[in-house]
Design a protein around this ligand. Structure first.
Ligand code: ARG
Length: 564
């Protein structure tokens, strides 16, 4: 079903170069190489060792930022309103805490090389995530308009689904040079990537995902039913029709870089990654003795929620916490959803240019909801003697649930069903309902698809549910740009290079996946954190390591172009 897994076979040249990585076409900077070079990320003047730098948010972006600043000999001071981990939040089921549910990020594409730099560094185990039709997924059911299709591989599906996949393949190729772009990404040919992208960008920024589909020759020819089914079964991870109003640029960035393909999960839960960054004591740091970790620098806990960010008369940045404590810093990195800078945190307006505030305010965030239950065992692997099929499969449906994922840890052990994972309108339908009401409706839908399978009788304990838009520290799950938002994204992303800003607006840096060009992907949290590290080092009079130019050095030559 995925474009990415099907194209290479028909395109032998594309396998000659390296693998597809999340080399983003807006800024095809190889963060993975940057991280891997022994020279490191740079240095600050030794007289600044121990200088405190504030980092707002202990999610992945904040922890990567703080971890790297610590390695350079600075003293990060992390502020966190809730839990260490941000949207990499894992909940354990109360009666079996080892059985977990990833409430935010749960599946991480192997093309996200900067993300896996940290996963590998911290020695975390990963496993294939059971996406629709993935090799690790023993069976998938697609149910649309009451018609049910059972498949162990994509070949088991009727030709209609192949036609849908082909229409998408043709649409991205004809309209957005898919094969050429993937070749350029494999070859890390930044010049070629930029040439292709800079030509497409002004046209595509004005188009919705749906407009792109509906305007393509292949889908026009195929007809409405194919467009509709495409919205429901989509590519890689499943149906993306709740993204139809978003800019097609957002979708192209995902499919070019295989972000929709070959996902892995972190064994024991995604939150283990930020927790491990918090605890890890790297060796050979500038200034700090071995054994120093973020946890030890903070005596075990981050500072609390930030209430206000302002500028002192002497030019330092001042942070006031919710319970009144104040402290000043020469530099601040904010990694929360940027929306929060105008809602939850009183951020002095003069700290950012007016156009940046526009970008922050006009951002669009997706709603997203998940509901999990723990079951006594992975009973779905039982075979129905009448059909020879597994009794329950990974499911894509046009009913309320939209997508159901089956997560097990081996036979005869408790397992987890992610009954429903939804975005936007589909998530809003759950928002007002409590966990039990959600589960009841979800089970009702599944009963229509799997008559006679008594899922409820396997459920143990209480369900776990989340609606990220209802959490005041997030107000949404992840950003997704609407048409015409490219200019906003460009402002947010490039803000870390502050040489053209007046002194009064320097020293505060934005990071987080919403600042990246791939919101909703942890890779963007990591890479924008690295941009902010570069920004802080530069701001404090430091520099990149010889032979290892950083994102700020490359931004002007291969960075996102300005539109008029
Ligand atoms: N990475 C997340 C996932 O795999 C969310 C990405 C979806 N992004 C979007 N614009 N819909 O589910």
């Amino acid at each position: 079903m995925t474009v990415a897994t099907e194209l290479p076979a028909s395109d032998p040249s594309s396998t000659q170069a390296g693998p597809i990585t999340m080399l983003n076409p807006d800024f095809p900077f190889s963060y993975d190489h940057y991280l891997a070079r022994p020279a490191g990320l740079g240095a600050v003047p030794p007289e600044l060792y121990g200088t405190e730098v504030a980092v707002v948010g202990a999610g992945l972006s904040g922890l990567v930022t703080a971890y790297e600043l610590m390695k350079l000999g600075l003293r990060p001071v992390i502020y966190e309103a809730d839990q260490i981990g941000g949207r990499l939040r894992t909940a354990g089921f109360p009666s079996a805490p080892g059985v977990v549910a990833d409430l935010g990020g749960m599946r991480f594409p192997v093309s996200g090389r900067a993300f896996y730099h940290y996963v590998d560094l911290l020695g975390l185990d990963t496993q294939d995530f059971p996406n629709p039709l993935a090799p690790v997924t023993s069976s998938t059911v697609i149910e649309l308009a009451g018609q049910k299709y059972y498949a162990e591989t994509a070949q088991d599906l009727p030709p209609f689904f192949r036609e849908v996949a082909d229409a998408w393949k043709a649409a991205v190729n004809d309209g957005a040079k898919f094969v050429e772009m993937q070749e350029a990404i494999r070859a890390r040919d930044t010049g070629r990537i930029k040439d292709l992208w800079n030509e497409l960008l002004p046209l595509m920024d004005e188009q919705t995902f749906y407009g792109f589909i509906a305007g393509s020759e292949s889908f026009k020819e195929a007809g409405f039913a194919h467009r509709e089914a495409f919205g429901q079964v989509g590519f890689g991870t499943g149906g993306w029709d709740t993204d139809f109003p978003n800019s097609i640029l957002e979708i192209l960035r995902v499919v070019y870089t295989d972000a929709d393909d070959q996902h892995r999960l972190i064994s024991g839960g995604a939150q283990r990654l930020p927790e491990a960054l918090w605890q890890h004591a790297p060796s050979g740091m500038a200034h700090w003795p071995d054994g120093t970790s973020l946890a030890s620098l903070h005596s075990g806990s981050p500072r609390g929620a930030v209430d206000r960010i302002s500028r002192d008369a002497d030019g330092d940045l001042r942070i006031r916490e919710r319970w009144g404590r104040e402290a000043s810093y020469p530099a601040v990195v904010t990694t929360c959803q940027s929306w929060l800078l105008s809602t939850r945190i009183h951020t002095e307006e003069a700290l950012f240019p007016a156009e940046l505030w526009t970008a922050i305010e006009r951002s669009h965030y997706m709603q997203s909801s998940k509901t999990f239950v723990m079951v006594d065992r992975p009973f779905w692997k039982d075979i129905d003697p009448d059909t020879g099929h597994e009794v329950l499969s990974m499911t894509l449906t046009d009913r309320l649930n939209r997508a159901t994922y089956l997560l097990d840890d081996g036979p005869d052990k408790p397992a987890v069903i992610l009954l429903s994972y939804t975005w936007n309108d589909d998530a809003l339908k759950w928002l007002a309902l409590d966990a039990d009401e959600r589960v009841e409706l979800m089970l009702h839908s599944l009963e229509q698809i799997y008559p006679g399978v008594d899922i409820a009788s396997h459920i143990v304990g209480q369900p776990i549910t989340v609606s990220w838009e209802a959490d005041p520290n997030f107000m949404g799950a992840f950003k997704a740009n609407l048409p015409g938002h490219y200019r906003y994204q460009q402002r947010l992303f490039t803000h870390f290079k502050q040489d053209k800003l007046p002194e009064s607006q320097r020293g505060i840096f934005l990071a987080g996946d919403d600042v990246s060009f791939t919101a909703g992907w942890a890779e963007g949290a990591v890479t924008t954190g690295l941009n902010a590290v570069w920004g802080v080092v530069n701001h404090l009079g430091g520099s990149s390591a010889p032979g290892n130019p950083g994102p700020g050095e490359l931004l002007d030559s291969i960075g996102p172009i300005s539109l008029d």
